[in-house]
Design a protein around this ligand. Structure first.
Ligand SMILES: C[S@@+](CC[C@H](N)C(=O)[O-])C[C@H]1O[C@@H](n2cnc3c(N)ncnc32)[C@H](O)[C@@H]1O
Length: 275
């Protein structure tokens, strides 16, 4: 006997009750993905039979074990695009869109044409910026192979290989070309921080943890960008890192630093002008 959309959803909702805050919503998302339709289709076709129900069951079992939807579907919605993601690569977060908008403002105002990104991940920041500014050239680094591979796919999908060059590098060690601005959403979480199982069990540690305290890489980035004589640095950071970063830049010496908040009102990053 074949299972209908309505029956499949009610089974999936039960399976997801413990692991998900919104089990029906997540069940619908995964069934819509499985059928290659949108969620409205499920409502208007609830008596239709679900082809390959066993495949859908496997998706639900994975989600019930806390695997993020984005890894199961292999894609994420970010800014105005969909990007490929897979295990080994951070799932881009909505708050990073704020960093992109701030950087876009500086690029426009200063007519910047050459930037670098540290920690490219899926390519989220570089792909969006390259699409917004067709004249912009970006060198994007990562220390891990998995993100470089996925970023390459995404850059290629959007036809941006002429604009975005990927480079395996620790921070900006391998960049010696003239650069006007560096953008980064680096790992900034403290090593002993307790994270949700969907994050800590699935997302790469190299993308999450910034050191024992958490802000070690951020501080190193500030030093490296200053040393290379680059004018601007824009970074995302943790909600509790404003004071230590402020104290650090006071020691280092910068022209100005402006902190910004995310949509929930938490401190989320900064823009430094060095020159
Ligand atoms: C928080 S993720 C950000 C990914 C992507 N930019 C985004 O916003 O979704 C940080 C990335 O930095 C990379 N990374 C960690 N340490 C690094 C280092 N020392 N140098 C370059 N990249 C590094 C990680 O592999 C990871 O891809």
């Amino acid at each position: 006997m074949k299972t209908s959309i309505q029956e499949a959803l009610s089974w999936a909702k039960e399976e997801l009750t413990e692991s998900c805050e919104r089990p029906m919503f997540e069940a619908e998302l995964l069934l819509a993905y499985h059928l290659g339709k949108d969620r409205i289709y499920l409502i208007t076709h609830e008596s239709d039979k679900v082809e390959h129900f066993e495949v859908f069951q496997k998706f639900i079992k994975r989600r019930a074990a806390n695997e993020p939807y984005e890894y199961i579907a292999g894609k994420v919605s970010f800014y105005d695009i969909h990007l490929e993601v897979e295990k080994g690569v951070l799932i881009p977060r909505p708050e990073t869109e704020i960093l992109i908008d701030l950087v876009s403002g500086i690029i426009e105002k200063e007519k910047i044409t050459h930037i670098a990104e540290i920690g490219v991940g899926s390519g989220a920041i570089s792909v969006v910026l390259a699409r917004k500014f067709p004249e912009l050239k970006i060198i994007a680094t990562d220390i891990c192979d998995a993100p470089l591979k996925v970023a390459h796919k995404n850059i290629d999908t959007f036809g941006l290989t002429e604009q975005v060059e990927l480079r395996k590098s620790n921070l900006i060690d391998e960049i010696n070309e003239p650069i006007e601005l560096v953008v980064s959403n680096p790992p900034y979480i403290a090593e002993d921080c307790l994270l949700e199982p969907n994050v800590v069990d699935y997302e790469p540690k190299e993308a999450l943890f910034g050191g024992r305290v958490g802000d070690e890489l951020l501080k190193q980035i500030i030093l490296d960008v200053k040393e290379k004589g680059i004018k601007y640095l824009a970074c995302e950071m943790g909600y509790d890192q404003k004071e230590p970063i402020k104290a650090f830049v006071n020691e280092v010496g910068v022209k100005s630093i402006k902190f910004y908040k995310d949509l929930a009102g938490f401190d989320r990053g900064f823009v430094i002008q060095f020159l």
